[in-house]
Design a protein around this ligand. Structure first.
Ligand code: UD1
Ligand code: PEP
Length: 442
């Protein structure tokens, strides 16, 4: 039996929320601690489900993870690293995609790794072929079994010349976490360069790694035999920040997002301004608000950094349902990230999905069977509905649609939101949302 969140719409969200370390960096920084020969300290750690999952996975591998009760800072001591069984790994992998990033660090520390069935948001096929190919190029042996994938490196990992078919965030991190202690030099072409990757590189450099980020998506790593622990303050969660910004716009509210960092939100801020939102940048965060007047439609394409991040797309689409006119959103990172619009349409939004690339540049998903372009016509009056949350960002977008809607919505599956939004219910209540949590009765 799960929880039901009843949301009574119509109240603008006003107040301050604090955003801590990025979901897309913190768990990976925790994995990086396995590469050191001394303890690491990670600061600005949010209390989210993906952090709990990685804590469990590290612990079954013999890493001591201790949390400062006041600050929440984590100390990660990898000196007792040991093998864990595939059953244990599977039991702790939860619904996160991070287990695949244990490969390089575990091979370096204990000589083998195991990839269980991966979780993460169901927003497309999410294959792991790039990961397995780069591991093979480093000299790893990949053994696909019925219970998962076993990875061994009988002769250790050796640097390689690599090129990704697409600038995948996870595969770039796989290369970094494997290359830093591999024998010799690795050159990665077509690398992803998201701010969370740059922060991971900063951590690895603190540990003793030699990593050069060149122009044109080329990263060069000179492997070193040993690394030490790090002490690091994690980069802020730009995706959570953008979500609260959209919440302010959709509910005609005013939210100060403490911890939002302008340099990592450039593409979002441009779009937010073009759609009619206003923001003021402060030293410790950004105030996002609806300045009054009509919101404006726009044509938008998601892309790898420095483009408009795909994880910002779903909350912003809700704002576009309130803009006067026709907007087009072309999703070029995931082939199936518009499933969440079904619920918005039930709530009264006008959104049509198309298989064609309705953007300036044809993407990998054109001429195939993927509904990856959306045409949104607004403004639409939204009305409350029963909603079952499909994934992290789609779920957050449903919450903010329900908060702006007329009447009440009954929302199930809210546990998924805990993967990436720290204490989101407390934050919503602090912003004046009228929400009630109860047990689900069948
Ligand atoms: C935990 C985490 O950091 N998650 C983020 C990470 O996901 P993740 O690292 O999984 O995303 P990727 O950048 O790898 O995926 C981008 C595209 O590459 C494809 N691909 C990826 C790997 C592979 O082996 N084969 C392949 O085809 C994917 O299906 C997708 O179409 O980056 C995404 C893109 O910024 C974000 O939406 C996610 O929030
Ligand atoms: C797609 C996302 O996350 P994950 O890769 O962890 O599923 C997300 O954060 O929106």
């Amino acid at each position: 039996m799960g929880k039901v969140l009843t949301i009574h719409g119509g109240a603008p969200l006003r107040g301050t929320v604090n955003v801590r370390g990025a979901k897309n960096l913190v768990p990976k920084a925790m994995v990086a601690a396995l590469l050191g020969d001394s303890p690491s300290v990670l600061r600005n750690v949010p209390e989210i489900r993906d952090v709990e999952i990685v804590t469990g996975l590290l612990q079954i591998h013999g890493v001591t993870v201790s949390k400062d009760p006041e600050s929440g800072d984590l100390t990660l001591d990898p000196r007792g690293a040991v093998r864990a069984s595939s059953k244990e790994i599977d039991a702790h992998a939860g619904d996160s995609r991070i287990p695949i990033l244990f490969c390089g660090p575990l091979i370096h520390s204990i000589g083998e790794a195991f990839i269980p069935d991966l979780g993460g948001c169901r927003i497309g096929d999410r294959p792991i072929d790039f990961h397995l190919n780069v591991l093979r190029a480093f000299g790893a042996v990949v053994d696909k079994r019925t219970d998962g994938i076993a990875i061994r490196a009988p002769h250790g990992l050796t640097g390689a010349k690599l090129e990704l078919p697409y600038p995948s965030v996870g595969a770039t991190e796989q290369v970094l976490l494997s290359a830093v202690r591999a024998e010799g030099i690795t050159e990665l072409k077509n690398a992803a360069v998201e701010p969370e990757i740059m922060d991971l590189i900063a951590i690895l450099q603190k540990m003793g790694a030699i990593i050069q980020v060149q122009t044109d998506r080329v990263i060069r790593v000179e492997g070193v035999p040993t690394l030490s622990g790090y002490n690091h303050f994690a980069v802020g969660d730009r995706n959570e920040a953008a979500s609260w910004a959209s919440a302010a716009l959709v509910t005609k509210g005013d939210i100060f997002v403490e911890g939002a960092q302008q340099p990592n939100l450039t593409a979002f801020l441009n779009t937010f301004r073009k759609v009619g939102g206003a923001f003021d940048v402060h030293d410790n965060g950004i105030r996002f608000y609806h300045p009054g007047g009509d919101l404006k439609p726009l044509v938008l394409e998601t892309n790898v950094h420095p483009g408009f991040m795909t994880d910002w797309q779903q909350p912003l689409v809700v704002a576009l349902t309130q803009a006067t006119g026709v907007s087009i959103v072309h999703e070029t990172v995931y082939e199936n990230r518009f499933g969440f619009t079904d619920a918005l349409v039930r709530m009264g939004a006008t959104i049509q999905l198309h298989r064609e690339c309705l953007g300036s540049v044809p993407c990998r998903f054109g001429q195939r069977n993927f509904l990856h372009s959306a045409v949104i016509t607004g403004p639409s009056k939204l009305v409350g509905q029963d909603i079952d949350i499909p994934d992290l960002r789609g779920g957050f977008s449903h919450l903010i649609a329900a908060l702006a809607a007329e009447g009440s919505s009954r929302v199930t599956g809210i546990e998924l939101i805990n993967r990436g939004y720290e204490h989101f219910l407390d934050k919503l209540q602090g912003l004046g949302a009228r929400v009630e949590l109860s047990e689900e009765h069948n």
